[in-house]
Design a protein around this ligand. Structure first.
Ligand code: NAI
Length: 336
């Protein structure tokens, strides 16, 4: 799959001549569990010609290591706040996996206070150094960190709702994998939209819209697959037993989403991804649904299509949680 992603990127980048500028991408939190493999995958992306690896510490080593991979991107490591501005200067895409991950027994919301503060500082620096960048927010709780980022950008007069994305790609990756496995389908041919947010019951895979449609799954199977997708992160947190949350699959998903942003920026048409953006699809102001990406970010936010009765009731049930997690993010910046 990654091979095909990279082949697609190679096709898309055919217009970028050797030595000329492609895109500058920064990974913030680049020495972490997600940041390191995500940096490696971005080094392998042919649309990237400059790669900034930023963290509070440890990035000179990560950058030296990644820089030896024989692809075009020039890699630089930046460590500590004094170097954040240089890391971000004129970036096209900024990927943010900075912050603390969950331990067993924690919800994503338990990370709110510490990660909210980290995201606030990083997004302020983005507003100052690369206000036109597409921001790919991975740091949890995504349901709240995206509204936090939006409020920070609004306060700086730099908010563009077309360029701020909560990365929910890992939920899509999981839904596809679990569905294909259960239905006996070829994983790489399966597509499943996932809508809502990125925490617990706010994650809603729409198996009624999966392609191809499996004919051999019962209502109980769909319920079990829905719950497994919602709890996929917790499954990894428990298996890692205190050593963090999903890192490798998240780096893969983060690289897929960043690649989609870069291909759209590069003029490739029909790039559609599920992502958590400012939205009018439901009554809450941020929501994940299918989005067509264009050169300037969000082109079209698509509606939900026809839902099954099961999906409609799950959608209704998630709304209070999503609404309160969004409000918590907004209040963090504006004051309650
Ligand atoms: P980690 O602890 O391995 O790495 C986080 C990195 O962020 C560390 O290297 C740390 O030094 C760095 N950091 C802390 N403060 C920073 C700051 N002010 N500026 C820049 N870097 C800073 O954690 P991991 O496993 O990589 O997870 C990172 C985040 O991603 C967590 O919030 C986690 O919950 C989230 N996550 C999101 C997923 C999603 O689907 N959106 C899936 C899995 C994790």
């Amino acid at each position: 799959m990654l091979g095909s992603v990279l082949r697609k990127s190679a096709r898309a980048s055919a217009g970028i001549a050797r030595g000329s500028r492609g895109y500058k991408v920064a990974v913030l939190g680049a020495a972490g569990g997600i940041g390191q493999p995500c940096g490696l995958l971005m080094k392998m992306n042919p649309l990237v010609t400059e790669l900034s690896l930023y963290d509070i510490a440890g990035t000179p080593g990560v950058a030296a290591d990644v820089s030896h991979v024989n692809t075009a991107a020039q890699v630089k490591g930046y460590a500590g706040e004094a170097e954040l501005g240089a890391a971000l200067k004129d970036c096209d895409v900024v990927i943010i996996p900075a912050g603390v991950p969950r331990k067993p027994g924690m919800t994503r919301d338990d990370l709110f206070a510490i990660n909210g503060g980290i995201v606030k500082g990083l997004v302020e620096a983005i507003a100052d150094n690369c206000p036109n960048a597409m921001i790919n927010m991975i740091s949890n709780p995504v349901n709240s960190t995206v509204p936090i980022a939006a409020e920070v950008l609004k306060a700086k007069g730099k908010y563009d709702p077309k360029k701020l994305f909560g990365v929910t790609t890992l939920d899509v990756v999981r839904a596809k994998t679990f569905y294909a496995e259960k239905a006996g389908l070829e994983t790489s041919k399966v597509d499943v939209p996932v809508v809502g947010g990125h925490a617990g019951i706010t994650i809603l895979p729409l198996f009624s819209q999966a392609t191809p449609q499996a004919k051999n799954l019962s209502a109980d199977d769909i319920d079990a697959l829905t719950k497994r997708t919602q709890d996929g992160g917790t499954e990894v947190v428990a298996a890692k037993a205190g050593k963090g949350s999903a890192t490798l699959s998240m780096a893969y998903a983060g690289a897929l989403f960043a690649d989609a942003c870069l291909r759209a920026k590069n003029g490739e048409a029909n790039i559609v991804e599920c992502t958590y953006v400012e939205s009018k699809v439901t009554k809450v102001p941020y929501f994940s649904s299918k989005v067509t990406l264009g050169r300037d970010g969000v082109d079209t936010v698509h509606g939900l299509g026809t839902l099954s009765a099961y999906e409609q009731s799950a959608l209704d049930a998630m709304m209070p949680q999503l609404e309160s997690e969004i409000k918590k993010g907004v209040d963090f910046i504006k004051g309650a």
